[in-house]
Design a protein around this ligand. Structure first.
Ligand SMILES: NC(=O)C1=CN([C@@H]2O[C@H](COP(=O)(O)OP(=O)(O)OC[C@H]3O[C@@H](n4cnc5c(N)ncnc54)[C@H](OP(=O)(O)O)[C@@H]3O)[C@@H](O)[C@H]2O)C=CC1
Ligand SMILES: N[C@@H](CC=O)C(=O)O
Ligand code: NA
Length: 362
């Protein structure tokens, strides 16, 4: 077999995950199967077909010194001219997500931790599938669920090998996991709700706006992504994540606060309400956990705050930003296949993106 050509990599979004991905990509030992040809932030862009020639210490200043401004349709044309190219979207932008079909149609692969494209309406999802089928360009999104944990690939493998998935359940949000692992324990008392949310944000677990985690939307998006990988549910959520039954923890009065910083500053006003929920659970010998369920047999997809006895694995075995995902299938029965570990944070999320990039070159 002829060797695969060097894969040209264009990175859009150089925030927490994007910066870490650049470090991981540039750290690969020679012969490096990747060539970094483009970087794009929300303000600047760089492109060089034969490679940017930057290193870990120079890429950020090279990018901010660029006089070129971002233009993704132009980037799609530039990448289409290369022998093998991939767009890596490390933003959480819906606008960027909606351009995936344009890249795929031109034979450019798409790799991303951004959930927006795969959890939005059916039209965009179908357009992505169609464009990928037309040209053979692949889209890989392991880090959209459970960050670097092998959740998406595990589900694809179960389905592709003919197993029947009955139910997927788990803690799918690193932020919600961190918050409730610290806020609601078997012990009396504990930190204020707003203070654990603030720390989750400082640790880089939350979405750019923490309300996108607290309103359940982030979990609903992950459930939509998983549901669509199961043949019988492929078309079950026409409006994407908004079709998922979701409990929001965002206080009504903060629903329209558009700045993440202001949201966190005002959250202490509602600590008493969360304290009440915590005490109710504790009185029953339980803790609170925010869980997601894809119940294939009953056609139910939902994200909710539930109470679990202090002896349940969701109460005893999770720490930090851990996710836990249980796949109940025909083969994995009566005991489920379980994936567990850190489900948020730049290092593990970038690792999931790198593992997808490696699938394109190995
Ligand atoms: N952090 C985590 O633990 C995990 C994150 N993810 C996903 O990874 C993605 C990145 O997350 P994270 O790095 O934490 O978020 P950040 O907010 O740190 O980074 C996102 C970056 O994207 C940039 N951006 C936004 N719109 C555009 C655009 N149109 N063109 C170019 N750049 C743009 C932003 O720039 P600016 O700030 O200037 O707007 C920002 O630097 C998100 O989709 C998130 O859901 C997935 C799993 C885990
Ligand atoms: N904000 C998300 C990040 C990963 O998708 C989370 O907390 O899980
Ligand atoms: Na994953």
């Amino acid at each position: 077999m002829p060797p695969k050509p060097t894969l040209s990599v264009a990175i859009v979004g150089v925030g927490l995950v994007g910066s870490e991905l650049i470090s991981q990509l540039l750290a690969i030992q020679a012969p490096n199967p990747f060539r970094l040809v483009s970087l794009t932030s929300s303000r600047y862009t760089l492109f060089a077909a034969d490679g940017l020639g930057v290193n870990a210490g120079s890429w950020a200043s090279a990018l901010s010194a660029s006089s070129a401004t971002p233009n993704l349709p132009v980037l799609a044309e530039q990448l289409a001219k290369l022998e093998a190219a991939v767009l890596v979207d490390n933003t959480s932008s819906q606008d960027v997500a909606e351009l995936y079909p344009e890249f795929l149609k031109r034979g450019v692969h798409v790799v991303t931790p951004n959930k927006k494209a795969f959890s939005a309406n059916q039209q965009l999802y179908d357009a992505i599938l169609r464009a990928s089928r037309e040209t053979g360009a692949r889209w890989l999104n392991e880090s959209t669920v459970g960050a670097g944990l092998p959740v998406v690939q595990t589900l694809k493998d179960l389905v592709a090998t003919g197993d029947k998935v009955k139910k997927i359940e788990g803690v799918f949000s690193g932020t919600m996991s961190y918050i409730f692992n610290n806020f609601s324990t078997a012990n009396p008392g504990g930190p204020a709700f707003s203070s654990v949310v603030r720390v989750a944000r400082e640790k880089g677990y939350t979405e750019p706006h923490p309300a996108d985690d607290l309103n359940g939307a982030d979990v609903a998006r992950k459930l939509a992504i998983l549901a669509r990988s199961i043949p019988s549910l492929q078309n079950a959520l026409p409006e994407g994540y908004t079709s998922v039954q979701t409990r929001s923890l965002v206080p009504q009065a903060l629903g329209s606060v558009s700045s993440g910083a202001e949201f966190v500053d005002r959250l202490p006003e509602f600590d008493v309400e969360f304290e009440k929920l915590r005490e109710e659970a504790r009185a029953e010998g339980s803790v609170l956990r925010f869980v997601g369920v894809v119940d294939v047999e009953n056609g139910i997809v939902k994200a909710d705050l539930e109470k679990y006895p202090t002896t349940h694995p969701f109460a005893t075995s999770l720490g930090g930003s851990d996710n836990i995902v249980m796949f109940h299938t025909e083969r994995y029965s009566p005991r489920p296949l379980i994936v567990q570990g850190a489900g948020a944070g730049a290092a593990v999320t970038a690792m999931g993106v790198m593992s997808d990039l490696l699938k394109l070159v190995l």
